[in-house]
Ligand binder design. Structure first.
Ligand code: A3P
Length: 322
């Protein structure tokens, strides 16, 4: 859904008129706020949650850039945190009938979108939220050094993110607009002009935060989760303060959660095949291939060279490799 300019709050309209703008990937423009690119509707949500969201110490905030595996992380974390409720009754698990985005809402894209201010005080703890916000733009109550809420950051090889985002945004484009060319969008991605981009600054913000405060920020890669799913799941549960007990492990709970949240299982559920978001887009847009290295099927050697160089220049110095 895209808001017409006159549907935005005056504060947002005024801000937008002062910000650098670029043509977006879908139909809207992108505006650069605090160093990162947002659509106007998203930006209004960013401003609202920066103003109103009050973190609690027991909160868990899942953070990703779009297409890093948000849907998967939401499912896994929801299943870890709520595992005691459904262990005796796995057929009633909410993930079987709800898309993960309904169970773990985005703060700026769902809870505070369109200038809403939801009452979140009645939610049971730990409250689970998600965001694509860069570290610099997080609400003050989250960043506050006295806050104890936990952040889980999931990133992914930027080449796979690009390919995934190119497919996803083309699905969201109105038919009459046609598809975006791979070359044009790739150039934008490399210049940092993509949803919540530049990707390198997004990753670095959380990488640095995880180095400074490893007890508050857990840094994870999609590829690691694919390669060593049980190990990473157990590490995540430990970080969240609810480690798997030896009895749970012996009973196969780790594997059960991984199976429940696997691409094959989630993408074949009725809700995810045919269900729709309130904005009308199908949940199936969040499930494409779910593999590592699909970029090899799309990028030319020149494109690979350009993106590899950016990754090396921006991230290798910090010890980050993809
Ligand atoms: P691909 O387009 O490469 O297939 P997000 O959830 O952040 O929007 O990211 C979507 C990407 O995660 C898509 O990648 C999608 O297929 C993949 N994905 C979705 N669910 C997944 C799951 N359960 N396991 C692994 N990957 C998943």
């Amino acid at each position: 859904k895209y808001l017409q300019e006159d549907e935005l709050t005056q504060e947002c309209r005024e801000l937008i008129s002062s910000l650098p703008a670029e043509t977006g990937w879908v139909v809207d423009h992108l505006y650069q706020y605090q160093g990162f690119w947002h659509t106007s509707r998203e930006l209004q949500g960013v401003l609202a949650c920066q103003k109103h969201f009050q973190a609690q110490d027991s909160d868990i905030l899942l953070v990703t850039t779009p297409k890093a595996g948000t849907t998967w992380l939401k499912a896994i974390t929801f299943a870890i945190v709520n595992r005691l409720r459904y262990v005796d009754n796995p057929c009633n698990h909410p993930l079987l009938t709800n898309n993960p985005h309904e169970l773990v809402p985005f703060i700026e894209l769902k809870l505070y979108v369109d200038n809403q201010v939801p009452d979140l005080t009645t939610l049971t703890s730990p409250r689970l939220f998600a965001t694509h916000l860069p570290f610099v733009s997080l609400p003050a109550s989250v960043k506050d050094s006295s806050s104890a809420c936990k952040l889980v950051y999931l990133c992914r090889n930027p080449k796979d993110i690009f390919v995934s985002l190119w497919h996803f945004t083309n699905k969201l484009r109105p038919e009459e607009k046609g598809t975006n060319s791979l070359e044009e969008t790739f150039d934008k991605f490399c210049r940092g002009v993509s949803l919540y981009g530049p990707f390198w600054d997004h990753i670095l913000g959380y990488w640095k935060a995880s180095m400074e405060k490893p007890d508050r920020v857990f840094f994870l890669k999609y590829e690691e989760l694919k390669e060593q799913p049980s190990l990473r799941l157990k590490m995540l549960a430990e970080f969240l303060g609810c480690p798997f007990s030896p009895a749970e492990e012996a009973n196969g709970l780790v594997d059960d959660i991984l199976k429940l949240c696997s691409f094959d299982n989630l993408s074949n559920l009725e809700v995810n095949r045919n269900g729709k978001m309130s904005s009308g887009e199908g949940y199936n847009a969040f499930f494409r291939r779910g593999v590592v290295g699909d970029w090899m099927n799309y990028l030319t050697p020149e494109m690979v060279g350009r993106l590899d160089q950016i990754i090396e220049q921006k991230l290798h110095g910090f010890g980050l490799k993809f």
